[in-house]
Design a protein around this ligand. Structure first.
Ligand code: ZN
Length: 134
């Protein structure tokens, strides 16, 4: 079972489609519970929660330390000025979940450009290694 998770976790296109389906359920549930459930905003979407560091590490490793949109390296050692952004693939504002399957690594510029838009995620598997540095 653990092997299945590792295979599915690397396929971000599949995760994006899965989370779009989950978002429909979250939106329906959020509409029904209204203000009675503190996990939801008054608009019926899930509140943002702090992402645990193990999730940051797992996403960073899965995405190869590169922005999933522009492929710029976000190297924690060689480019300390580069800011990692852990983006909700399906934004919370669109019913997205606070779940490891709904998080991707973006650079600061791509994250700012995306804002609360859902957009097609890269279907490419992250590179296992880089051909050149810099
Ligand atoms: Zn980028």
């Amino acid at each position: 079972m653990e092997e299945v998770f590792h295979i599915v976790f690397r396929d971000v296109s599949l995760l994006a489609r899965f989370n779009a389906i989950v978002a429909n359920y979250i939106s329906d549930f959020g509409e029904d519970t209204g203000n009675e459930d503190e996990r939801f905003t008054t608009r019926g979407t899930l509140r943002r929660v702090a992402v645990p560091s193990y999730v940051h590490d797992a996403i960073y490793f899965r995405d190869g330390g590169e922005c999933r949109t522009c492929k710029k390296p976000i190297d924690r050692v060689l480019s300390p000025e580069a800011r990692e952004r852990y983006d909700h693939i399906v934004p919370l504002a669109h019913g997205g979940a606070n779940d490891i399957t709904n998080i991707q690594l973006l650079c600061e510029a791509c994250n700012a450009a995306k804002s609360a838009r859902s957009e097609t995620v890269s279907g490419l598997y992250p590179r296992v290694y880089r051909l050149s540095i810099g």
